[in-house]
Ligand binder design. Structure first.
Ligand code: ZN
Length: 210
């Protein structure tokens, strides 16, 4: 990883979300452009990177960030954990992208039928916890499951959406650096849910100006 060059103009959070939406629309329609995936692009990036967004999403194999937004090399900084749970390494990666790479948009990406969210719902329902480090995943999703239940939301997909919203809030609650970047208008955090069947990414929450 190398630093962002100060010479390149930084797009606004709204500009970036528009570009990602356009790429997702191409992916949904099946008319993808596969931009920035050739040898010339690869060569142009050897001295640095200026990604337009961070995508912090679930590790699910069907949620490949560059594919679903039809982008290429150097376009997005990607952080993924099962159930897009936050830990210190995730927050460090997000802070790096905002403070060093000057990325103007953080996208929290969840998806329907998420196995990690389903596991957390089952754990809450049965009052049992998984063994090993999977327990850590479930424990980090459980507050979102409880928040969904308090609102009468009971399906997996409703709980996924609530978990995405909760995750957007938690990022600025836990990271002072990102909170300040949002306050200064240097970045924004948005929550997006993805539909596996249609391939569509829908905006469900925002923190900051988008
Ligand atoms: Zn998932």
């Amino acid at each position: 990883m190398t630093d962002a060059a100060s010479a390149s103009p930084t797009p606004s959070p709204a500009d970036v979300w528009e570009r990602l939406q356009a790429g997702n629309a191409r992916f949904v329609s099946g008319e993808v452009a596969h931009p920035n995936q050739n040898a010339a692009r690869r060569s142009s990036l050897t001295d640095g990177q200026h990604p337009m967004a961070v995508i912090f999403g679930c590790s699910d194999s069907r949620l490949a960030a560059e594919i679903i937004f039809d982008v290429g090399l150097g376009d997005v900084f990607v952080v993924r954990t099962a159930g897009q749970v936050i830990d210190d390494a995730v927050l460090g990666s997000l802070e790096y992208s905002v403070d060093v790479l000057e990325v103007p948009l953080i996208v929290v990406l969840g998806h329907d039928s998420c196995g990690a969210v389903t596991a957390a719902m089952e754990s809450a329902a049965s009052a049992t916890t998984p063994t090993g480090f999977v327990r850590s995943l479930v424990e980090r999703i459980t507050p979102s499951v409880l928040a969904a239940q308090r609102q009468g939301l009971t399906t997996v997909n409703e709980t996924v959406e609530e978990h995405v919203k909760q995750t957007v809030s938690r990022i600025t609650e836990h990271s002072r650096a990102i909170y300040e970047a949002v306050q200064d208008g240097r970045t924004a955090v948005i929550g997006v849910t993805y539909r596996l069947a249609e391939g569509r990414a829908d905006l469900v929450s925002t923190t900051g100006e988008v």
